[in-house]
Structure formats: C-alpha cells, structure tokens
Design a protein around this ligand. Sequence first.
Ligand SMILES: NC(=O)c1ccc[n+]([C@@H]2O[C@H](COP(=O)([O-])OP(=O)(O)OC[C@H]3O[C@@H](n4cnc5c(N)ncnc54)[C@H](OP(=O)(O)O)[C@@H]3O)[C@@H](O)[C@H]2O)c1
Length: 278
Amino acid sequence: MHVEIKSYLLRLISSPAAICHSRFALVCVYSTMSALVPLVESLVPFLDRYLPSGVNGDRPFVTLTYAASLDSRIAAVKGQQTVISHGETKTMTHYLRSKHDGILVGVGTVVADDPGLNCRYKGGLSPRPIIVDPTFRCNLSGESRVIKTAVAQQGLGPWVLTTKGASLRHPDKVSIIEQSGGRVIEMEVTGNLIPWHTVFSCLRENSIKSVMVEGGAAIINSLLDSTKTESLVDSVIVTIGPVFLGHNGVEVSPSSRVDLKEVTWWQGTRDSVVAAKI
Ligand SMILES: NC(=O)c1ccc[n+]([C@@H]2O[C@H](COP(=O)([O-])OP(=O)(O)OC[C@H]3O[C@@H](n4cnc5c(N)ncnc54)[C@H](OP(=O)(O)O)[C@@H]3O)[C@@H](O)[C@H]2O)c1
C-alpha cells in the first residue's frame, strides 16, 4: 500500500472526529494517487492533429489544456484543488503530458495544489515541470510533490522562471530545486510579469520544443489575451466536466472574445473534451 495512504489510515484510526469524513476523503486520496484507468482508444486519433509535430521555429509548440466546469471554473475556491475530470480524462491529461517536453504552471497552482507535474501514463516520459514565478514566492521544500517526485526519479526537477535577483533572498529554496535536478532561471524584464514571448524563447533556447500549459486561471487568461497580438498558442484542449462550481470558483475567461479553429469534440463516459487550434 502507498506510504501516504497508510499514514492517512493510521491517522483516521487515531482520530474519531475524522472518521465521519473518511469515505469522502478516502475517495479523494485514491482519486489523486491511484493508478490511472486505461486510455480510451478513441482519444488517440482525436488528439493526434492537435499534438506537437516537428520544430516550431523560435518558440516551442504550445498546447493550452485544463479541466473546467460548465460555468468555466477550474477550481471551486481560489487556492483549492478541485477534482473535475473523470478517470478517463485524467488519463488523457497524463497521455498529453507524455507528448510534450515541458509542462508549465503558474506559481498560484504550485502554492494551491502542490502538484507532482510528472507523467503517469504507462511507458510515457515525464515532461520538464516549468513554474512561472516572477517574485520567487513558490513554497517548494523537500516535502513538495514535484521535488519528491523528481528525487524519486519519477519525474524531472522543476525549472522555476523568475525575475532577475528574485531568488537571491532564498538560497535554501534554490538549493532544494537544484538538488532535485531543477534550475532557477532568472530573466531580465521590466515590471512584475514575464512577457510570454520571453518565457517561450527562453524555453526554446533550453531545448524545450513543446510545452503543455496546464494552468491556473491567471496564466490561461493571460495567454489567451496574448493571442490577440501574438501567435503564441497552437492548440487548446479543454475537458468539460458536468458540474457547476459557482461564483466563488476560479474562472477562466479572457478579457475579450477568442475564436477557435478546426474544432472537434470528443464525448466520454461523463466528460466532454473540446480540441481546437487557435
Ligand atoms: N482544473 C484545472 O485543470 C486546473 C489546472 C491548474 C490549476 N488549477 C487551479 O487554478 C488555481 C490557481 O490559479 P491562479 O490563477 O490562482 O494561479 P496561476 O495562474 O497558477 O498563477 C498565477 C500567478 O502566476 C504569475 N503570473 C500570472 N500571469 C503571469 C504572466 N503573464 N507572467 C508572469 N507571471 C504571471 C503571478 O504571480 P505573482 O502573483 O507572484 O506575480 C500570478 O499570481 C488553483 O486553485 C488550481 O487548483 C486548475
């Protein structure tokens, strides 16, 4: 039995108050840590034309992908990880990870979800975790999943993209990242945000030919907004789960309309997936 599940069960036995929540919590623990269901075969041809192929010039091929509710929320509350995907589409996400050199998230997602950012699709290679963190506020420690996963050689050490000088005050964090095989990459920029073309040029210079951007909302909204002036995103693959998450949810909604091209839908047991070019 997985060590974390074992310690969770021990805690339950010693805490009667926790038992009333145990069934729900246990389902959550298993749904985030258990083996993936097999990939539904029809997803392979469905996804194929939206996946990276060949070299994409001076920036990587960029796929924007996330799971959203019917009201376009990707989490029920800010800073809270929310299960939206069915097992089938969760496996699809890991399959997609195996098709990209890098997986990019914002620091808000790292702080909220403590994600592992590896690939658990059988036989697939893990992408490089890339964390966009302009002020170097990520809370990475030896206990963070992305670090533990890399140290256990079940994934790669994260690259943290930040602004010049931001990491100076946190030598311990830098050392934890480096010991896991990761790097802190500082960028010369004006202002607090790192322009997307700077992020992607840097990744391409570092041999990342394809990136899957998984979230969170600020990152997705900012990238969708950038597509009005620059061609930075190639594909969009969005899972839609049959749930409304409500007003307090974290919303994906760019500042104005973005039209998609070459749109195809896939229908699973419970979720739908829309894939498109942009
Ligand atoms: N359902 C899904 O598929 C899915 C996937 C991933 C995440 N999520 C959810 O999304 C939520 C987190 O979303 P979020 O919006 O709070 O955080 P986020 O998008 O992960 O990260 C936001 C942070 O990234 C930095 N940032 C944003 N735009 C930037 C830009 N253009 N250039 C440079 N840095 C930029 C900013 O950091 P500073 O504030 O330090 O400047 C910003 O606060 C969590 O609840 C998580 O569970 C859901």
